[in-house]
Design a protein. Structure first.
Length: 156
């Protein structure tokens, strides 16, 4: 697993530094990719990262590498974001099980769609509140790490 992570994530990012990318820009790309990669709405992160990278002239491969690496944590954080959103909105807690979802869809498909929409809104709201702070939290240490990596690269 470590060699796979090194080959697929670490080495491509270090190659961007070798090609002259600024350590701070790389840190920003990775921080944004990590945070956006954890958005609790499936299928949105890839497009959102691409749009942000293009709009702010960030490195598209760097942000997409970080975003794609977050797939496991995206799934793990969906329920905490949903619960936080329900709490923020003072909304009733929704049952989270396949059995409950199947029963709801069996009873009323439109109601199931409403519940899913509300869940995405609640989770998305919680993510939007956390995202700026998480980006700053990741950016600082990553900037230090990439500056050190760039300095090591500059040494003979």
């Amino acid at each position: 697993m470590n060699s796979w992570i090194r080959r697929r994530i670490v080495d491509p990012l270090l190659e961007l530094l070798r090609q002259g990318m600024s350590p701070d820009r790389l840190a920003l790309c990775i921080a944004l990719g990590v945070v956006i990669g954890n958005i609790p709405i499936l299928g949105v992160s890839t497009l959102l990262c691409a749009a942000i990278a293009l709009a702010f002239r960030l490195n598209l491969p760097a942000i997409q590498i970080a975003q794609a690496a977050m797939a496991p944590t995206q799934l793990l954080l969906m329920i905490p974001f949903l619960r936080m959103g329900e709490w923020l909105m003072s909304a009733p807690r929704q049952a989270l099980s396949i059995k409950a979802a199947a029963a709801l869809m069996e009873q009323d498909l439109w109601r199931a769609a409403d519940v899913l929409r509300d869940a995405m809104i609640h989770a998305g709201l919680a993510w939007m509140l956390v995202a700026p702070f998480a980006t700053l939290l990741f950016y600082g240490p990553l900037a230090v790490i990439f500056r050190r990596a760039a300095a090591m690269k500059a040494r003979p």
